[in-house]
Design a binder for this molecule. Sequence first.
Ligand SMILES: NC(=O)c1ccc[n+]([C@@H]2O[C@H](COP(=O)([O-])OP(=O)(O)OC[C@H]3O[C@@H](n4cnc5c(N)ncnc54)[C@H](OP(=O)(O)O)[C@@H]3O)[C@@H](O)[C@H]2O)c1
Length: 357
Amino acid sequence: MSHPSRRSFVCTAAGALAAGIVAPALAQGTGRMDGGAKPAAAPGAGRIELPMREFGRTGMKVRVLGLGTLQIGIEHADQDTATKVLNTALDEGCNVIDTAECYMKAETLIGNAVAHRRKDYFLFTKVGHVLNDDETTQWAPEWDEPGILKSVDRSLRRLKTDHLDLVHLHSCGPRILERGEAIGALEKAKQAGKVRFLGYSGDHRPALWALDSGKFDSLMTSLSVADQESIDMLLPVAREKKIGVIIKRPIANAAWRHESADPSEYHYEYWRRLRELKYDFLQGETRDKPGPEGGAGVAMRFTLAHPIDLMIVGSSNPARFRQNAEIVAAGPLPAAQVNEIRARWKQVAQPNWFGQI
Ligand SMILES: NC(=O)c1ccc[n+]([C@@H]2O[C@H](COP(=O)([O-])OP(=O)(O)OC[C@H]3O[C@@H](n4cnc5c(N)ncnc54)[C@H](OP(=O)(O)O)[C@@H]3O)[C@@H](O)[C@H]2O)c1
């Protein structure tokens, strides 16, 4: 069986969105830096009590650190590994699992691993791409109503559940959004009781359109030390409209870990940007230091310092959720450090450093 690599996943998705990218948006306002109160350790349990957020107008209360499952799908984790990753995260207090219709076998792995404890987590998935019956994917777009409804039913089956808490349109461009058929299809799935809330996952202009449309309960978008367009462009609008905000790629794919990168690789764009940004905290020994003051720690706490509801960090390593919860427990980065990173970005970022889908 041949699987497309992470590279082809992103390349195809980027190509699909490119049609909608016309110009950088005008930046408006600034984000409020209230990453939340420092959580306390749960007495006796040894578990870190992650801060809880009201997710937009949905009534869902989500813990600020969720689990991304791109990695267990694209890296072809076996069931044992996926079962450990998912159950460990839930045991550590995670209450959101983010997946997608096209993360290879991820939905099936999740269904097998944690369907029996469905009440412990909110389940977020996406629609918009064809998946073959053998769970490889053609990465082909699937934005018509029959395709989307079929995708929702396939997700329900694979995830072994009777409802999806949130389904995002998976980074379609503005023409698909404006045509309305894809949104209408999700509304039908909601009326049928299969989907509770509707979201748009994407960046730049299409994400702004989605926020302004009044059709969505959630925006999933990129924000990190290497991707700051959303801070001024999208977050203030989302807050004003009380739309839940989920951050994907919150630690910039940890792209600094790679000594070199090929332009076709998933993390390449962030790797390239970070080489120009040359942040102090990503130099020398600090770069790979574990914990809140190391590279991943500072990057995650930067993202946490913005008005977001949830960060989805991806990993196929069962130990990661706990490590990342410890970073979150250190609280958002202090304003002075956030301002330094913002200033450096404003000095160095190119006009075409759009949010990465
Ligand atoms: N369009 C979309 O809708 C879209 C696009 C991209 C992502 N997403 C979602 O968002 C999730 C997160 O995005 P992402 O995975 O692209 O980016 P990310 O969370 O910024 O980075 C994930 C990478 O960071 C590493 N990592 C995690 N914790 C770490 C730590 N404490 N120290 C060092 N490295 C660490 C992981 O590798 P290890 O295996 O070593 O832990 C993984 O390769 C995905 O899993 C997916 O669910 C959605």
